[in-house]
Design a binder for this molecule. Structure first.
Ligand code: FAD
Length: 287
């Protein structure tokens, strides 16, 4: 099933993100974790792509398994900056052979020290165009309510985002954010710039305060004072932090739906218990 048909419907949707294993040894444990999320019946699931593409087969295998066994629509992520055209073509063939119909087309993080001169791809818009030419996939792209960290400013960022949509992105999924006003402001600016595709709001339930500070440094997502106080108070108590992180994410999600956002994507990070709790918290809202 094409993701665009799910997120364009009037019913609010809730989707979950998982990541593939890094090694063959951990494949089984990751498969089991992703299946425990699939049985919760999210509207769709997305499977990330390892930086550099070294685990591209795992992304396809995990995505294909979820779709075949649980009939859950799947989005496979695909990054391009570290790949050749030939490698991308092979991954598209693999995804097609597994019946995957949706791709989140990404540039990926620029590997340190890599010369930009000899790259086959520089931006996600080039990959988007190529997947569109290949045909048959519903294509999504990433967007950044607080601007991509490499962008000179928010106007440039939106300008390039528009190019990506014009290249063939049918929907956009946001980077995580912890203040909904940032998203409302971003949607307003995107619509004003003529970007009219659905925006799926990405929400991260924070259960590990150590990793979130690192992730925010890399992604450029700001942590509001209200959230920092929660981390300061409960960061050393894993159970309390988990409860508070899930409650914070739940509150964000309810506010988003109440303000007309129809699609929310939870960065569930292979944690079935977190995914289950969030779904329980909003069960009547997404019915
Ligand atoms: P782009 O859309 O290409 O943008 C990158 C930067 O280039 C931006 O600053 C943009 O403004 C600028 N730009 C774009 N076009 C031009 C142009 N023509 N001229 C000048 N500047 C331009 N990473 C992974 O490795 N695996 C994943 O599975 C993964 N999943 C993700 C899912 C989501 C929802 C998000 C938000 C991010 C994800 N990432 C993933 C991280 C992503 O790869 C990085 O954020 C990366 O740095 C940018 O990718 P992009 O597709 O947004 O790039």
């Amino acid at each position: 099933m094409k993701i665009i048909d799910i997120i364009k419907s009037e019913k609010p949707s809730l989707s979950m993100e998982v990541f593939p294993p890094k090694t063959t040894d951990t494949f089984e444990s990751v498969r089991i974790a992703t299946e425990k999320i699939a049985v919760l019946s999210p509207d769709f699931m997305s499977v990330t792509y390892g930086a550099g593409g070294g685990t591209s087969q795992f992304t396809a295998d995990i995505a294909g398994n979820l779709q075949d066994k649980y009939d859950v629509p799947v989005v496979a992520h695909l990054t391009c900056v570290s790949s050749t055209r030939d490698e991308i073509r092979k991954q598209l063939d693999l995804l097609r052979s597994k019946g995957i119909e949706n791709i989140l087309a990404l540039r990926g993080d620029m590997p340190e020290g890599m010369s930009k001169e000899h790259l086959d791809y520089h931006y996600a818009s080039e990959l988007t165009r190529e997947i569109k030419e290949y045909g048959g996939f519903c294509i999504g792209g990433a967007c950044y309510p607080e601007s991509h960290p490499e962008s000179a400013n928010s106007i440039e960022d939106i300008k390039h985002l528009k190019e990506k949509v014009d290249a063939g992105c049918e929907f956009l999924t946001t980077q995580m954010f912890f203040d909904n006003n940032l998203l409302y402001n971003f949607i307003y600016r995107a619509r004003k710039a003529g970007i009219d595709v659905p925006v799926v709001a990405g929400i991260m339930p924070v259960t590990n305060p150590k990793s979130i500070k690192r992730i925010c440094r890399i992604s450029g997502s700001a942590l509001p004072q209200r959230f920092i106080r929660i981390v300061d108070r409960y960061g050393d108590n894993p159970e309390a932090m988990k409860q508070a992180g899930i409650a914070y994410a739940t509150e964000q999600i309810i506010d988003l739906y109440a303000n007309g956002v129809r699609a929310v994507h939870v960065y569930s990070m292979n944690k079935p218990d977190v995914a289950r709790k969030i779904m329980e918290n909003i069960s009547a809202i997404i019915k």
